[in-house]
Design a protein around this ligand. Structure first.
Ligand SMILES: CSC[C@H]1O[C@H](OP(=O)(O)O)[C@H](O)[C@@H]1O
Ligand SMILES: Nc1ncnc2[nH]cnc12
Length: 293
């Protein structure tokens, strides 16, 4: 494996995580992308010797609902600022007794039940089909796992994330159905985020921070915003420290993803050159400059 330049680590923070501590040389970027503005200004700084970009997906003050997050602008803006790797932090409910509130789950699979969100940068005029068979970067996820273990967190090495549209939490029948499907955790935001990261050739890892047992558990209170935020107030500090530990581990030359995520568009774009819509090409250039020039 050949070493290249250093890592620029993008972090997307979810509920309860609207800032990251310990940044040096902070600057702030207000970015306009071809898909509009991201959720908020993106903070750039040095953390443990690497460049880090931070974006809170609901905006500071948590004013953007899961269905209204401009996922395309978020991913495009991070890519435009030079992100090479993306770690997403998300509060989630658990479908497993052993994945308890306070634990961290490294998500490796998804079932997508969202229904009203633009989920691709591409479309007619520039058609692309990327593989989502293995939706997260195994290499990056492994580095997060090592960092979480170093921090002494209780971390589960894999998990299937069920993405719902929300904003309401699930009914008991839905919760039981998702459990019967073999899902491990549930949330409202990782889709289409993970799809778009893949289209932008950005290695993606998702850290699910368990806040509740959704509503299936006979002895536990059904999920509510109050119990999610209560657990998160204890977890946010752990998540911030995890980012620091990860940054330390990512310092030095960057190694390409073992899964070839940085080159997925080599095989995914199908529209013939003479059938490409110039406006679409222009738009997509910001996330696919490597192949569109
Ligand atoms: C505040 S409870 C529901 C809310 O929490 C999760 O947010 P995020 O994934 O951004 O951490 C969940 O997906 C919902 O958006
Ligand atoms: N049970 C749950 N369902 C959906 N999103 C969540 N975020 C945190 N807990 C959740």
């Amino acid at each position: 494996m050949t070493a290249s330049h250093g890592v620029t680590l993008a972090i997307i923070g979810g509920s309860g995580l609207y800032q990251i501590d310990g940044f040096e040389a902070v600057s702030s970027h207000r970015i306009e992308t071809p898909w509009g503005r991201p959720s908020d200004d993106i903070v750039e700084g040095q953390l443990e010797g690497i460049k880090v970009l931070f974006l809170p997906r609901h905006g500071r003050g948590h004013h953007i609902a899961p269905s209204d997050i401009n996922y395309r602008a978020n991913i495009a803006a991070l890519k435009m600022l030079g992100a090479t790797d993306l770690v997403s932090l998300s509060a989630c409910g658990s479908f497993r007794e052993e994945m308890a509130p306070g634990h961290f789950v490294l998500v490796d699979q998804f079932i997508d039940r969202t229904k009203s969100r633009p989920s691709s940068f591409f479309g007619s005029g520039l058609v692309a089909h990327v593989s989502m068979a293995h939706p997260v970067c195994a290499g990056l996820t492994g580095r997060v796992r090592d960092a979480a273990e170093e921090d002494g967190l209780t971390v589960h090495a894999r998990g299937t994330y069920l993405a719902i549209e929300g904003p309401q939490f699930s009914s008991l029948a839905e919760s039981q159905l998702y459990r019967s499907w073999g899902c491990d955790v549930i949330g409202m935001t990782a889709m289409p985020e993970a799809r778009l990261a893949r289209e932008a050739e950005l290695p993606y890892a998702l850290v699910g921070m368990v806040t509740d047992y959704d509503c299936w558990h006979a002895e536990e209170e059904a999920v509510s915003v109050t119990n999610v935020l209560e657990v998160l107030s204890g977890n946010a500090e752990k998540a911030r420290h995890l980012v620091k530990t990860l940054a330390t581990r990512l310092a030095g030359p960057r190694h390409p993803s073992p899964d070839g995520i940085e080159t997925v568009l080599d095989y995914a774009l199908v529209t013939a050159d003479d059938k490409r819509d110039p406006a679409m090409v222009e738009k997509c250039r910001v996330i696919a400059r490597r192949v569109l020039g």
